[in-house]
Design a protein around this ligand. Structure first.
Ligand SMILES: Nc1ncnc2c1ncn2[C@@H]1O[C@H](COP(=O)(O)OP(=O)(O)OP(=O)(O)O)[C@@H](O)[C@H]1O
Length: 290
């Protein structure tokens, strides 16, 4: 076990931002804290990174209970903050060199630039990078000290699909090298794709945990029919919900429900497997994204 947390709490006055949560992170896995904005993800990771003080609970790093996140722990962890302030006039390579200088051991700056696919941009100034390149640089900075575990706080928020996939590939390569990743996200596809273990967090509490498959299976959800329409008859589709501009409902009899849709003039629909988004909605009555 590389990291474990027992009954972790963080209160901001009356607000219980992290409300008694417990979990374990196994070495060589991707662990994901999945939840909507304000669920308590950043607060949790920043406590584990030593950037915020916990109100209560226990933290175990590398098998030992720790009271503070000491310098020797910080040497073994890598951190990519949600908002990392970088010097805009420095080049990519200069930035990596600067961050590398904070640690005794680690990869060479060149190795880092390679790992995150920024070779061609090594001499470009930070201010001239695209959003995706900047995010890859931030990811590279989390690797500089060759950490045992890296913390990535919403690493793909706001990125286009291609940049997001690029970041996913880097995370997967890092895992393949035997390292551990602690990932917070509100993108269910990200957790589904990358995580071995997911803890779903809402209002500071863990509402479910398991592998993505386990979570979906244990939710008992069957197939989902999804479609777009201006309006629907609630008599014909009493269980139908609306998420964004889409209607959807759980079906136990696909053939019968398709007939019903067609009879109501709805021809454009898809039948799909449930996702972690559906699990979250079922558990909390809310959607993951605002
Ligand atoms: N320094 C602070 N002082 C007071 N309240 C705070 C502070 N930091 C966070 N909060 C509150 O604690 C709750 C949890 O916030 P947190 O940032 O941990 O959530 P999150 O899941 O990371 O959300 P996001 O995706 O928006 O970062 C929110 O209600 C937030 O407003």
């Amino acid at each position: 076990m590389i990291l474990a947390v027992k009954n972790l709490k963080k209160y901001y006055g009356d607000l219980k931002a992290v409300n008694n949560i417990s979990f374990e992170v196994k070495r060589g896995t991707v662990f994901s804290l999945l939840g909507p904005n304000g669920a308590g993800k950043t607060t949790t990771v920043e406590i584990l990174e030593g950037l915020r003080k916990k109100t209560g609970g226990e933290i175990y790093y590398f098998g030992e209970k720790v009271n503070d996140i000491t310098k020797s722990i910080k040497e073994k962890i890598g951190v990519a903050l949600q908002k990392t302030e970088l010097f805009k006039e420095l080049t990519v390579l200069e930035t990596v060199k600067l961050f590398r200088s904070f640690y005794q051991k680690g990869f060479t700056p060149k190795e880092i630039v390679d790992m995150v696919g920024l070779n061609e941009k090594a001499k470009s100034r930070v201010k001239n990078l695209s959003g995706g390149q900047l995010q890859r640089l931030v990811l590279g900075l989390a690797f500089v000290n060759d950490p045992e575990i890296i913390f990535l706080d919403e690493p793909t928020t706001g990125l286009d699909p291609q940049s997001r996939r690029h970041i996913w590939e880097i995370i997967q390569a890092f895992k393949k090298s035997g390292k551990t990743i602690f990932l917070t996200t509100h993108y269910m596809e990200e957790a589904e794709r990358l995580a071995d273990m997911v803890c779903i967090i809402d209002n500071g509490k863990i509402v479910a945990s398991g592998s993505p498959d386990e979570l979906i299976k244990s939710s008992g959800l069957k197939s989902i029919i999804e479609f777009q329409a201006d309006n629907i008859s609630t008599t014909h589709f009493p269980n139908c919900k609306k998420l964004g501009d889409k209607f959807f409902f759980e079906t136990t009899n696909v053939a019968e429900d398709i007939q019903k849709l067609l009879a109501n003039g709805i021809e454009d629909f898809i039948v799909r497997h449930p996702t972690l988004e559906d699990v979250f909605l079922k558990l909390t009555g809310k959607k993951l994204r605002d």
